[in-house]
Structure formats: C-alpha cells, structure tokens
Design a protein around this ligand. Structure first.
Ligand code: FES
Length: 106
C-alpha cells in the first residue's frame, strides 16, 4: 500500500491511502477532499475534477485521451501535468504521488 497526497491551493495537505482500481476522483470524494467538484460523476464531461499531478505520478498516470485534453483546454488553471482525476485509475505504483488542486474548478 501507500499514499497519494492531495494538496489544496492554500497548501493544506491530505494524505490518502491508495485504493488500486479506484479512480483518483472517487478516492478524493470518498475521503472528503475539498476542491474536487466532479459535477458529471466521472464521465469526462465537466472538467471539475482537475488536478495537477506531481511526483512520480507524472509518468505513471500516462497520457490524457483526446476527450480529456479537450476538457482540460477549458480549465482556467491548466498546467503541463494537468489531468482530470476521474480519468486516472489508481495503482500501487502511485505511492508518493502528489495531486495539487487548482484554486477554482470550472
Ligand atoms: S468528474 Fe467530470 S470530468 Fe471528471
């Protein structure tokens, strides 16, 4: 096992135990992480689960799909390692990953 750390815009950190097979969005919601709205429920259709991946997650989470990239284009705080949390499936290899939350979702 291991942990993924969500970091709010103000720097507040939340370390959450990895649950392989679950989406990063569901992990955040199930653990009460503030700042993930997930308005579409994980359908890659709202962009309100935007996270900026750091640490070992940048390479491990893989590439965003075309549909995800189109949604990310609409997010106000997009960064090079931006992802939609609903499109990331957690694995044990993500131990130590950092997911920064933008100040605002769409
Ligand atoms: S929850 Fe809507 S795009 Fe991720």
């Amino acid at each position: 096992m291991g942990n993924i750390t969500f970091v709010e815009h103000d720097g507040t950190e939340h370390a959450v135990e990895i649950e392989p097979g679950k989406s990063l969005m569901d992990l955040a919601l199930d653990n009460g992480i503030p700042g993930i709205d997930a308005d579409c429920g994980g359908e890659c259709a709202c962009g309100t689960c935007h996270v900026i991946v750091e640490g070992n997650g940048v390479s491990i989470t893989g590439s965003a799909s075309d549909a995800e990239l189109q949604m990310l284009d609409l997010t106000p705080e997009r960064a090079d390692s931006s992802r939609l949390a609903c499109q990331i499936v957690i694995s044990d290899a993500m131990d130590g990953m950092i997911a920064r939350l933008p100040e605002f979702q769409m």
